[in-house]
Design a protein around this ligand. Structure first.
Ligand SMILES: [Fe+2]
Length: 184
């Protein structure tokens, strides 16, 4: 599946513009991480782009979120490694994260939410207005971006990345697509 086809598939399944932007953010970070680890940015990007494809159908059913999406992606012929990474990004199913791609997608999902929240509390509402020390400080505040699970973000250690490095890579990736994110 090409990126263009993946975007079309995503648009067929998602109406919410914020969810679409979230998908683009996770894609961007996954691509950056693939580059960092010498992995395939196309495959990692597709996993990021498509990971929440079932979200609008499953948002009230966390027990089936990601299982539905993985099934759809399997039917569409996506490679098994991508299907599995999508399936295990929701850890409710109790399935192990095996590959580096699985681990990357798991931690990338919430880190993008933390970074967007960080940009939005700045008066500039811009990704260029924030840096890693700012994000580290905010991460320690419980009331900030409650939806961005801190423990899941810290699982970046499973990839052998320090929290600081992970935040740096993620922020850099998202800054590259700040226009598409509406956070320029
Ligand atoms: Fe997500």
């Amino acid at each position: 599946m090409t990126r263009k086809e993946a975007i079309e598939l995503l648009k067929e399944n998602l109406d919410n513009i914020n969810l679409f932007k979230h998908s683009l953010a996770v894609e961007a970070v996954m691509r950056e991480l693939a580059g960092h680890f010498g992995e395939d940015p196309e495959a990692w990007g597709l996993a990021g782009l498509l990971h929440d494809i079932d979200y609008e159908r499953t948002k009230d059913r966390p027990d089936i979120h990601s299982l539905e999406g993985a099934k759809l992606l399997e039917e569409k012929g996506l490679p098994e490694e991508i299907v599995y990474a999508v399936k295990v990004h929701n850890d409710r199913h109790g399935l192990p994260r095996k590959s580096l791609m699985d681990k990357a997608l798991f931690s990338t999902d919430p880190v993008t939410c933390l970074i967007v929240a960080g940009a939005l509390i700045k008066k500039e509402k811009s990704l260029s207005a924030i840096d890693v020390p700012f994000l580290l400080k905010r991460m320690g505040e419980k009331s900030f971006a409650r939806g961005a699970n801190r423990e899941t973000i810290k699982c970046c250690s499973e990839m052998g990345l320090s929290l600081e490095d992970f935040l740096g890579i993620s922020l850099r990736a998202m800054q590259k697509i700040s226009a598409e994110m509406g956070l320029q």
